[in-house]
Design a protein around this ligand. Structure first.
Ligand code: ADP
Length: 241
């Protein structure tokens, strides 16, 4: 897998012999609203490996209306994290699917050190991309976000011009309609300003320590976001270099 060679040296330092046989595995770290999902789905298409988004897994379960879904809905609507055991079980279960055999990208998992430790027992992470963006930009970006209620594709209505941050909106071709599947575009319940502030607080407390965690494993790749999805070519270059 030549495209993952840049991190191979770092990964080798931490790879156990059983993990060596595992497929290339990478993850995206970053605050809510930084564009993890958008970048992950595009990188995924470019590399031909699936993205596994635990946020999508959570929303799918809520939509199914199961008992587990109802429990998840309460946590999700507050912007709090789902318990480590439950979310880890959901993520690891999804990672058993055949389509992950050639590699995968994790979006939104792990989000705590306990989740990272649990993941490490099963999958050797070769690259952790840390997407960086100022917090005030994050709030504006996230409250302007719209998602397809059918397929989860993301869009953004905000045009943000602040210093060296120049973000164009990411609009659908037809107002309120998903380009991919024609589904309705909606605002997520947890994308309102109050809930976003709580999610950022939770991020700082629970997830930010993972930047050091993966750095100490020698697999961290920081990536400052400047133009949103237009930064994709540079991001792909970083991943493939
Ligand atoms: P964000 O846009 O904040 O990155 P996601 O779509 O990734 O949001 O996740 C939405 C919600 O799903 C989170 O607020 C949380 O309740 C739950 N969730 C997703 N991934 C995890 C995780 N790894 N650990 C705990 N909760 C999670």
């Amino acid at each position: 897998m030549a495209r993952f060679s840049a991190v191979a040296a770092g990964a080798r330092r931490v790879a156990s012999s059983s993990a060596a046989a595992r497929p290339p595995a990478m993850l995206f770290l970053g605050a809510p609203g930084v564009g993890k999902g958008t970048f992950a789905s595009r990188v995924s298409a470019d590399l031909g490996i699936p993205t596994i988004s635990t946020g999508d897994l959570v929303r799918a379960e809520i939509k199914r209306g199961t008992a587990r879904g109802r429990l998840l809905a309460e946590t999700n609507d507050r912007g709090d994290l789902v318990g480590d055991d439950l979310i880890t079980e959901m993520a690891l279960e999804r990672l058993e699917d055949d389509d992950t055999r050639g590699g995968f990208i994790l979006d939104g998992f792990p989000r705590t050190t306990a989740q990272a430790d649990a993941l490490a027992k099963h999958h050797k992470i070769k690259l952790a991309v840390s997407l960086e963006l100022d917090e005030d930009v994050l709030v504006e970006k996230i409250t302007s976000r719209r998602v397809c209620e059918n397929c989860g594709e993301g869009y953004n209505l905000a045009s943000i011009q602040r210093g060296d941050i120049q973000m164009e909106p990411l609009l659908p071709q037809r107002d309120g309609e998903c380009d991919k599947c024609g589904g309705n575009l909606v605002q997520r319940k947890d994308d309102t300003e109050d809930v976003v502030r709580n999610r950022l607080e939770v991020y700082r407390r629970e997830t930010e320590p993972l930047i050091k965690y993966y750095d100490s494993l020698g697999v961290l790749a920081p990536f400052p976001v400047r133009r949103g999805v237009q930064d994709l070519p540079e991001l792909l270059e970083l991943i493939k270099s």
